[in-house]
Ligand binder design. Structure first.
Ligand code: MLT
Length: 251
């Protein structure tokens, strides 16, 4: 597994979304007082793919193996979108390694049957036509308003550049069968920061509001003028929300 590891202080692990890479967290480098660890998930960025379908639990196992290698102790785990599905799986499987959770532009519910069928159909299209089938459609939707200017879309495509067909297909099939985490949320006793872009067209802000309402210890931040890729689009507001919340945990 390829990863970035920068800075010193509170261990903060940032898990990217689909079909991105750790480059999506490029504007979270150098957060004061934090050691920022950014894995590339299997089949994305510079990490090798796993074969076949990859469940959210398997992605969480990969993150866990990395952290065990670091002997970092409990971490703050942040997940963006699919990274949030993985963070929820990690929180369920490895609570002892978790200090707090940051859920960014994500949700707890599963795919609808139609949504899951759509993912399987997309996986078949990727098999036939390559990852461009997914990246070209998704890149503009990552940005506020869902359209984005060409330079911004090109930058987002750069974050998707390492995605392999195996990685994209494996993640699509894994997301299609992820469980409903909603009933479990009430049992999560760790502090959680929920962040969303106010103009997210992929996972609307209402999902984050629902998520925060279902969690016993959640803080919700809705960041204006940001879409799905809120941490990259509005780094000053995002980083302020994150570091302020982390400082509150340490106090
Ligand atoms: C992501 O950004 O990770 C995806 O939009 C998640 C999804 O497709 O459910």
């Amino acid at each position: 597994m390829s990863y970035g590891d920068e800075g010193r202080g509170t261990a903060l692990v940032l898990v990217h979304g689909f079909p991105l890479s750790r480059k999506a967290w490029g504007r979270q480098a150098g957060l004061p007082g934090c050691r920022v660890i950014t894995p590339d998930l299997a089949g994305f960025g510079q990490s090798d793919a796993r074969s076949g379908r990859v469940t959210m639990d398997q992605f969480a196992d990969d993150v866990h193996a990395l952290l065990v290698g670091f002997q970092s102790g409990p971490v703050i785990l942040a997940g963006h979108s699919m990274g949030g599905y993985i963070a929820l799986a990690f929180a369920r499987k490895y609570p002892a390694l978790l200090r707090g959770l940051v859920l960014v532009g994500t949700k707890a519910g599963p795919d609808t049957p139609e949504g899951a069928a759509g993912r399987r159909a997309t996986a078949d299209k990727v098999k036939a036509g390559g990852v461009g089938v997914v990246t070209a459609v998704m890149a503009p939707k990552m940005l506020a308003g869902g359209t984005g200017d060409p330079a911004l879309v090109a930058a987002v495509l750069g974050m998707m550049a390492g995605a392999t067909p195996e990685g994209v297909i494996g993640a699509l099939l894994g997301m299609a069968e992820r469980p409903d985490s909603t009933p479990w949320l009430a049992t999560l006793t760790k502090p959680v920061l929920v962040v969303t872009g106010a103009n997210d067209v992929l996972i609307p802000a209402a999902e984050s509001e629902k998520l925060a309402a279902a969690l016993p210890q959640a803080t919700l931040r809705v960041i204006p003028e940001a879409g799905h890729l809120v941490a990259w689009e509005q780094p000053a507001a995002f980083n302020e929300a994150l570091t302020g919340w982390v400082a509150g945990l340490a106090a």
